[in-house]
Design a protein around this ligand. Structure first.
Ligand SMILES: C[S@@+](CC[C@H](N)C(=O)[O-])C[C@H]1O[C@@H](n2cnc3c(N)ncnc32)[C@H](O)[C@@H]1O
Ligand SMILES: [Zn+2]
Length: 405
């Protein structure tokens, strides 16, 4: 336990990035094997999210380099404060960070952690409801350059106030851990919360990112604000979307035009995009004639920006994180995925459907390219292939490769 600080629950000091923080001692909160320690502790802390925080440091530093000025950051659901403290300690030219939490215990711990790192001059700790804090920062001179919304479950309740608290060309980052709705296990909840229908396909995590981005675009458009997604990832139990916002009704119109649908055939795995879900032409699969299902409305524009990924990769080589190797791989995949078509095939799914052994991803990629199709691996699934090749072409190729093996 850290000297000079007392909590009524077991704590320990951890190091992450360039900072140290007092956090709940998670082992002490596991009473039975099924207990999820981070949410059993009186103040939330999840060491698994270190990668999420590392990537945020890289993205915000990249944003600072693009806007070329000192930046301000708000983290309105901060818990122990570790995330916001890392932003202040690790990102160059951060003028202020505002962190806040609704829990009194969290605020007490966050305040201590700020002092522990000697960052009182740059970090303000508040004890406020997130929407309330963000709304207090919606006036022109009070807005932030970056808002990082990292809640339990869905970020939707905070989107409106987070967008209003951002200055023009600001960066909004949100985590969503409610993958059951977003990936189509609880479809109705997804329609209710995100305004789009999910689909339980093999590429449901990409659909989840697109549904969340679509929801951000819709909320932003209500304020005459447009968005552009510069980065996103699906890791462990969560997805993250990084969206740059731009003021202007025309920008909002352009963003809203990027909302559309993905149609999917569960029989032959064919998929295509459509502006409307129920046009007669698309009810039947053009490949096999089966009835198609759909997901959306969702964000059909890019979910990674190639240049943004490259700049993040440069920052990653400059800063040595524990997770740098993992991040290098993630950014390399995302950079290639940036300009590739929406959706991906999962080889194991096709093999299972055809009752055939599974060829390697690299073999499939090579052969698709040889046939003249763009083909890329995807960070969403290590057995996935992003290609515009029709489903039946991919299936025939797989059969051929297995037969030749
Ligand atoms: C997932 S944790 C945040 C983790 C933190 N961002 C990190 O990286 O370690 C979510 C936090 O939101 C806080 N919270 C829940 N509802 C809130 C609200 N309406 N306003 C502010 N904080 C809230 C909880 O007390 C909890 O500490
Ligand atoms: Zn079909």
């Amino acid at each position: 336990m850290a000297e000079g600080f007392k909590t009524d629950f077991p704590c320990e000091t951890v190091k992450e990035g360039k900072v140290k923080a007092v956090v709940p001692k998670l082992d002490a909160f596991v009473k039975q094997p099924s207990d999820y320690a981070p949410s059993k502790a009186p103040v939330f802390y999840n060491p698994v999210m270190e990668l999420n925080r590392d990537i945020a440091v890289l993205a915000f530093q990249t944003h600072q380099r693009i806007v070329k000025r000192e930046i301000s950051i708000c983290e309105p659901l901060t818990s122990s404060g570790i995330r916001g403290i890392r932003f202040a300690a690790e990102i160059h030219r951060v003028k202020k960070v505002v962190i806040s939490d609704i829990s009194e215990r969290a605020v007490k711990l966050a305040k201590y952690n700020v002092r522990l790192n000697g960052l009182q001059d740059r970090i303000t700790v508040q004890h406020k409801d997130a929407s309330c804090l963000l709304s207090c920062h919606s006036a022109p001179r009070k807005r932030f350059d970056v808002v990082d919304v990292d809640p339990f479950g869905s970020p939707v309740p905070y989107l409106d106030s987070a967008i209003r608290a951002l200055r023009n060309n600001g960066l909004l980052t949100v985590t969503a851990t409610d993958l059951a709705p977003l990936c189509g296990v609880h479809s109705k909840a997804c329609v209710r919360k995100y305004g789009g229908k999910p689909l339980r396909t093999e590429y449901c995590h990409e659909l989840a990112v697109r549904l969340l981005a679509g929801c951000i675009a819709t909320v932003a458009a209500k304020h005459d604000i447009g968005i552009r997604v510069v980065f996103s990832h699906s890791t462990d139990h969560y997805i993250r979307v990084y969206a740059r916002i731009s003021y202007g009704a025309k920008k909002a119109d352009v963003a809203v035009k990027n909302l559309a649908y993905i149609l999917h055939c569960f029989n032959c795995l064919h998929r295509e995009t459509a502006k409307k879900p129920f046009a007669k032409r698309i009810e039947k699969c053009p490949e096999c004639g089966s009835k198609m299902d759909y997901s959306g409305p969702l964000w059909l524009e890019r979910i990674f920006d190639k240049r943004f990924c490259e700049l993040m990769a440069q920052e990653n080589t400059r800063i040595a994180f524990k997770n740098s190797g993992k991040i290098t791989k993630l950014l390399a995949l995302a950079k290639d995925e940036a300009e590739a078509p929406a959706t991906y095939y999962v080889i194991d799914k096709i093999s299972a459907k055809l009752a055939l052994p599974m060829p390697s991803v690299s073999n499939m990629l090579q052969n698709l390219r040889h046939k003249g199709f763009q083909a890329f691996p995807t960070h969403f699934n290590s057995r996935g292939i992003r290609t515009a090749a029709p489903a039946l072409t991919v299936q025939k190729l797989l059969q051929k490769l297995v037969a030749a093996a």
